[in-house]
Design a protein around this ligand. Structure first.
Ligand code: NDP
Length: 683
């Protein structure tokens, strides 16, 4: 399929397997700088219940046939295909008012999030269809009854209702974890900038990389979309608190206990530490960061700094420095390379921001006045800095979000007071603290943390490497309590888990193993004449086991190990001191000696399919080993995870070291890379 975007497009929705226009005339969407029509949008007459059902049945079934790694690789291939087309999206992005830099956050930031999720999932999840979480919980003394948490993909559809400010990132950062989890998506972008999302979805679907039904798009009003949700669906919302609260109380969402995640207004704060003087590098870093947060995306960022909290003695200096920096912003049509700040998304947003500035002015005075409009057609607004002298008594400056290049400066007298001011935002996505003093960092961050989803500490050392106040990262949580919506996105595997159901499964280890595809402590293992290290992935089975002969540890072994490694800790070398230790009865063997002897017992030395040992997990020393004790190892293949893109895979072995009384001495997982075939094909 070739994509031919026209000048003024009629946006269509991709629902139940086809592109469909709305039945109505369509609302015009205008270029934010020129006011020229870009597209029309309408969703009337579209059958949304049918679309949801089609997604659940077609997309869900197709995705669930794949493993986590297969879905993650699919995402990587898709991200590569989108990256190849990025210039097309940049060109379209200008109409939203985004500069090239703003577009980078939206377009390449969004695609980058897909890459990040793809590699994270392949590193941190097994190549299976069920995700086993945490350790087995033994529930009986004789190991005949245990519990294990497993996560499986929900059987519903993920509905993503997005805001106008990030038409690409807003979609991609949400569909990435949902698709890896195995859940199909229906994206409903905000109407104002839906033309860019629609263009990207057209390109996504044209690649044919996603299975049919994995991604649908609704352009236009949501209609009865949310009225048709089930308890297996997930709804995520980004936008205004008013719409979010209304949706949260939707009858179908409430009655079905549908998972609902919301990200709404957030009065994010940047705090300058009391230790910082105008001569310190942190002062400039702070001013730079606040100015950047006010002007990137013309301040239309959920994470933008709205409250600038500074020591009273420094407030004037900060105001002057900010005025100077903000005065350098070149406002205009972002197609012009010299422009550093584009317009707001629409004229409506300009009116909205002016109205909100009016609300703020009830408690704050303007320090930096807005300059004249750049053009009458465009949705231009220049930076506005306000100052509220008594912010502890004020309300509006902590509650009114002017979604544009607007922030309020507020002085404080003690760190405690600064923390209290941040709390007055009633929950925010992010805050930053600029300080070089560990005590200030501790007091401020721990005081602010319960009210924030993310906190950035800025100082001279991290200045070059810092990703900045306003950037949510795929591996870190994005979302905040209270006013910020109470939702949570991103945060590595956490966000994939939002689309899966966690189930505690209880039963006998053998059957738990069958369910999870893992060997579970207490389940039988199988020994045969071949050492398991002689088996390739094609031959190795879960539960394949080796029980070694035993080896007695002598005092000479302990002393030799101590001298050889340099670890002459008293518990190994000084009988009297070891006896005084409450945990030991005389000199004991080093834990690492036990692990080394264990390897000596279980390893098969000849060249074979085991290619490397890349670490151990969960190592615990359980019983002290004294000279004269005899060690034995039971090694069992616990999890086998072949890689899709390599001729080897990971094998996790349960390694149990016991003494002559069969007491467990050490237990851990040995992690190895094993060839799929041996001898290797073509070797
Ligand atoms: P809205 O809450 O109006 O819209 C957000 C999304 O919800 C859009 O996709 C919108 O679609 C959709 N929507 C609106 N009504 C319904 C409904 N009844 N059922 C289902 N979906 C619905 O916010 P705006 O985008 O207009 O932004 C308004 C304000 O929200 C901004 O000025 C800003 O203050 C705040 N905002 C906060 C953000 C944050 O992350 N903190 C991000 C963006 C905005 P449609 O566009 O078709 O109406």
């Amino acid at each position: 399929m070739t994509v031919h975007p026209q000048k003024t497009r009629v946006l269509e929705s991709y629902l139940a397997g086809s592109w469909r226009p709305g039945k109505g005339e369509g609302k015009p969407l205008l270029d934010a700088s020129t006011g020229a029509p870009v597209a029309t949008i309408d969703a009337s007459g579209l059958d949304l219940a049918e679309a949801l059902e089609w997604g659940r049945a077609t997309g869900g079934a197709a995705l669930r046939k794949m493993t986590y790694h297969e879905r993650a690789l699919m995402l990587k291939t898709l991200a590569q295909a989108l990256m190849d087309k990025k210039e097309i999206f940049y060109q379209e992005s200008f109409a939203t008012g985004a500069t090239r830099k703003d577009g980078w956050i939206d377009i390449e930031g969004g695609i980058g999030t897909m890459f990040a999720y793809s590699s994270k999932a392949r590193r941190e999840m097994p190549n299976t269809k069920v995700f086993v979480e945490g350790a087995v919980e033994p529930l009986s003394r004789d190991n005949s009854f245990s519990g294990q948490h497993v996560l499986t993909p929900l059987r519903g559809i993920a509905i993503h209702i997005n805001a106008f400010n990030f038409p690409c990132w807003g979609m991609l950062e949400k569909i990435a974890p949902a698709l890896i989890a195995g859940v199909p998506c229906l994206v409903k972008p905000a109407s104002q900038t839906a033309y860019l999302t629609e263009l990207m979805v057209r390109h996504i679907l044209a690649t044919g990389i996603l299975p049919e039904g994995a991604l649908q798009l609704l352009c236009g009003s949501a209609g009865d979309l949310v009225d048709n949700v089930t308890g297996q669906d997930v709804v995520t919302f980004t936008g205004s608190a008013a719409t979010g609260q209304m949706l949260r109380q939707n009858k179908a969402i409430v009655q079905n206990s549908t998972r609902f995640s919301m990200e709404a207004d957030s009065l994010n704060a940047a705090v300058l530490g009391p230790d910082v003087t105008p001569e310190d590098p942190e002062f400039d870093l702070f001013v730079k960061e606040v100015a950047r947060e006010m002007t990137v995306k013309a301040g239309q960022k959920c994470t933008a700094v709205r409250r600038v909290i500074v020591p009273r003695k420094t407030a004037e200096g900060v105001a002057e420095a900010l005025k100077q920096r903000l005065g350098k912003a070149v406002i205009g049509d972002p197609r012009d390379d010299a422009v550093t700040m584009g317009p707001l998304a629409s004229r409506g947003q300009v009116d909205e921001v002016h109205a909100r500035i009016g609300d703020l002015r009830r408690e704050a005075e303007i320090v930096l006045m807005p300059s004249g409009e750049v053009s009458a057609e465009g949705a231009f607004a220049s930076p506005v800095l306000l100052h509220c002298n008594d912010p502890l008594k004020a309300e509006a400056v902590h509650a009114v979000e002017a979604f544009g290049p607007v922030a309020t400066l507020m002085p404080y007298d003690t760190v405690e007071e600064a923390v209290e001011l941040t709390h007055k935002g009633k929950g925010s996505l992010v805050a930053s603290v600029f300080t070089n003093d560990p005590e200030v960092a501790e007091e401020a961050v721990l005081g602010m943390a319960p009210f924030h989803g993310r906190i950035l500490i800025g100082n001279r050392q991290s200045a070059k490497s810092s990703t900045g106040h306003g950037s949510p990262l795929p591996m870190l949580v994005h979302g905040g309590p209270g006013r910020a919506g109470g939702g949570e996105e991103l945060g590595g595997l956490r966000s994939i888990k939002h689309y899966m159901q966690r189930t505690a499964v209880q039963g006998t280890p053998r059957l738990l193993g069958a369910v999870t595809g893992r060997w579970i402590a207490g389940a039988p293992g199988q020994e045969d004449s071949r050492h398991p290290f002689r088996k390739s992935l094609a031959e190795l089975k879960i539960g394949d086991r080796l029980v070694t002969k035993s080896r007695t540890v002598s005092l000479e072994d302990i002393e030799h190990f101590a001298e050889f490694t340099g670890d002459t800790f008293y518990a190994h070398m000084d009988q009297a001191a070891a006896e005084r230790n409450p945990f030991f009865e005389g000199r004991v063997a080093h834990g690492y000696l036990i692990v080394s002897f264990a390897a000596g017992l279980f390893v098969d030395p000849d060249e074979g399919p085991v290619l490397a040992n890349y670490g151990v997990d969960n190592l615990r020393f359980l019983t002290p080993v004294n000279a004269g004790d005899a060690l034995k190892v039971q090694l069992t293949a616990k999890e086998i995870s072949p890689r899709i893109t390599a001729d080897y895979g990971e094998v996790r072995w349960d390694c149990l070291v016991t003494n002559q009384k069969d007491e467990p001495v050490a237990q851990y997982d040995v992690l190895t890379l094993v060839a799929k075939d041996w001898p290797q094909q073509g070797a």
